[in-house]
Design a binder for this molecule. Sequence first.
Ligand SMILES: Cc1cc2nc3c(=O)[nH]c(=O)nc-3n(C[C@H](O)[C@H](O)[C@H](O)COP(=O)(O)O)c2cc1C
Length: 156
Amino acid sequence: MKALVVYYSRTGNTRKAGKEIARELGCDVEEIVDTVNRAGPIGFIMAGKQASSKGLTKLKPLTKDPSQYDLVIIGTPVWAATMSSPVRTFIVENKDKLKNVAFFITLGGTGEASTLQGMEEACGKKPMATLTILTSDIKPGAYLDTLKKFVSGLKP
Ligand SMILES: Cc1cc2nc3c(=O)[nH]c(=O)nc-3n(C[C@H](O)[C@H](O)[C@H](O)COP(=O)(O)O)c2cc1C
């Protein structure tokens, strides 16, 4: 299956996981780039508000066409117990181009089930696999074993 990893990352955690998944699968990767500056404490508060109201944002154009892939692996940080607004925007704008999906999320510790459920509803399809990574496991690399299992479940 031709796969594409698509992720948004505000502070680097989801980027790290996304790049690792793409490296393991040997597949293309696309970072979702938001036009909103989300730096600092104000950026944090606004991001939380926008995510919890299921608001959308304006993204920079993608460089890859999701319709050209059999599988799109979508990664997001958890914001206010749901997906980040840039990832919600990506899904809303590309829903019809997604053939098969898998999800990975990074989070401090709360909101896993609601985030994955929200992503499934927004895509209108069940994911082939999901991966949840705690921020406390990112630096020590403790997530790498589960990441490899997630990836091997996606290989034909
Ligand atoms: C606005 C905002 C809201 C957040 N809400 C949650 C939350 O509800 N539950 C949680 O476990 N972590 C929450 N976090 C923490 C992030 O999910 C976590 O740090 C994530 O790994 C960040 O990914 P990134 O570095 O790719 O941006 C929140 C972070 C931000 C910026």
